[in-house]
Design a binder for this molecule. Sequence first.
Ligand code: CP
Length: 308
Amino acid sequence: MSLSTKHLLGIKDLTKEDIQTILQTAEQFKEVLQRPIKKVPSLRDVTIVNLFYENSTRTRISFELAEKRLSADTINFSASGSSVSKGETLLDTVNNILSMKVDMVVMRHSASGAPHFLAKHIPAAIINAGDGVNEHPTQALLDALSIKERLGQLEGVKVAIIGDIMHSRVAQSNIYLLKKMGAEVIVCGPPTLIPKYIREAFGVKVEYNLRKALEWCDVANVLRIQLERQNQVLFSSLREYSLAYGINRRLLDSLNKTITIMHPGPINRGVELDSDVADSKQSLVLQQVENGVAVRMAVLYLLSNRQN
Ligand code: CP
């Protein structure tokens, strides 16, 4: 089993077969993670650097845990506290780290395209852990695994992606993946947070009315409002956003069916999701995080050239 690509820069570059291979491999690693000894020697003597130029809780811990479960050696780099503050470039930083015999690079960066730039200049395999507003491929893969576990398949499943579509790399990666796997996708949110080109560029439908989106979908993947990426006022207040697009128990109970709720985290409780929704049986939030470790093990393993 191998992938058609040397790096994981985005879902855009993967084939349907690549996605199936990653999800099948992740299912096998999930079985490993249920054992009393949750560790396999697959990446022994492989050294991986986790380069985080932007904050993270879930993705960072999940990659580190995935690497440890595969017996890789890991190094963690944060831009804060490093020589980046002295003006060192991304390429110099990475080349210095690679000269210490590092085999693979996991990278999160606030600049869209940063891992694609790096891939053109260094020999190591690169895994994108989120680049600006572009892609977050392992998030889409763990979301797909979570939907598959809950609903049995991806093909034909109706997914509504709700909220700040404009600034969301999670939305972009999910749309690419779901469309490749035969799911139906609509995006829903305030007009100011949905790019005008999205229908033509991505082949998705747009719905501005939250109730209509929820009545249509099997799964609502609810996104965080990314205030840190908004350099202009795009809605009047968080309270007004929540009144129009926040999902609460009353709204869910008024639908004529039970839908699945997802959120990539971190959640703004009381804004996108009320706690009695986020913590309910309808919510996959913690299963998504759990699946992240197996999915990242699969990606690391498949890109490591250690399969044979
Ligand atoms: N879902 C996600 O990317 O979360 P973190 O920013 O905490 O990694």
